[in-house]
Design a protein around this ligand. Sequence first.
Ligand SMILES: Cc1cc2nc3c(=O)[nH]c(=O)nc-3n(C[C@H](O)[C@H](O)[C@H](O)COP(=O)(O)OP(=O)(O)OC[C@H]3O[C@@H](n4cnc5c(N)ncnc54)[C@H](O)[C@@H]3O)c2cc1C
Length: 379
Amino acid sequence: MDFKLTEEQELIRKNMREFAEKYVDPIAVEIDENSRHPAELFQKLAEGDWLGMPIPVEYGGAGADYLTHVIAVEELSRSCASTGFTVSIHVGIAAMLILLFGNEQQKQKYLIPLAKGQNLGAFVLTEPGAGTDIMAATTTAVLDGNDYVLNGTKTFTSNGPTGGTYLVFAWTDKAAGRKGMSAFIIPRDTPGMKAGEHFNKMGLRSSQTSEMVFKDCRTPRENLLGKEGAGLAMAMTGFDHGRTGIAAQSVGILQAALDESIRYSKERVQFGAPIARQQAISWMIADMATDLAAARFLTYHAAWLKDQQQPFSKEASMAKLFASEAAMRHTIKAVQIQGGYGYCKGAKVERLMRDAKITEIYEGTSEAQRMIISGNVLR
Ligand SMILES: Cc1cc2nc3c(=O)[nH]c(=O)nc-3n(C[C@H](O)[C@H](O)[C@H](O)COP(=O)(O)OP(=O)(O)OC[C@H]3O[C@@H](n4cnc5c(N)ncnc54)[C@H](O)[C@@H]3O)c2cc1C
């Protein structure tokens, strides 16, 4: 058993830390306040090859392993969870599913521009009436000549208003149940597909989230991803990768909460001594550091399994469940440590607490993760 990261992985962590301190930290408060997608930052991420990290070089990526990508998402999220998440869903789900299930023509046409960061990928599954219960989806895709015609409304699509390549899930044969959903690659500006206004959210504010409406949206047969009826299975594979990314996002948030708690508790003097000397405070920090280490191990283990080409669904769910709940629990404590100052806008811990909440909800709520994990261990 080897807990040591490779030299390349350590270097990527260092490089991403430097990148985040230079380009992300200075704008993190502003993009949160204004709920703004920082296109200029994504241009820089593309130039640095950060938007296709685990995609092979021949498809425009950096050719790194998944663990390296996860470390990059963690370090980005330590500065800005919205940016870390946008990278995670773009690479970890959208690009990854085209890599795993696309044919050569689709890889040339759609994967290469995604991996080079020329546009952002989106994963379009959730509907107003179908969140945890994805089988309740109603969006349909009907074959008409050489085109599929999509009709329906999706919601909570990350990168909805800002995306360029959309992976859209729709029923091609509802009666076939779990084998009746298919996935389509639909480029931006396809007639009949429209992104709504982005939602005004509590946290994760610079990530753009919207409805996606499909009204007689025609997409050629060649844009079917994988086989007809394989959509749900592909979505689940996407979740395995994506949940490992959300776990990494949570680890980044947790690390930032710990950094802030150590800094502030050493600086803030009450009763003639830094509050870090109070056991009530130092034990909060001890628990935070311990859960951070556990969350990081679970997350890296899930990514390592993926790199060993072993099943990692259960481990991805465990990592996401533990890391997200730890991030929520400890960002509340980080605000507590900073007292009234931590409750005010501009305090990083205030943003961390709002950003942590979503990690318990998207890509499957904590309750959904417990269903998956218990289903695995009880079978
Ligand atoms: C900011 C944001 C970004 C998102 N990005 C995307 C995206 O890019 N693509 C995409 O497709 N979706 C996306 N989503 C959707 C997200 O994955 C869903 O919100 C999530 O799966 C939960 O669905 P829901 O919100 O409809 O909640 P519901 O499914 O209605 O759940 C409500 C509550 O009931 C609980 N619950 C539901 N069923 C059960 C059960 N059987 N047992 C126990 N408890 C249960 C849930 O855990 C939750 O606590 C995003 C959501 C948000 C908020």
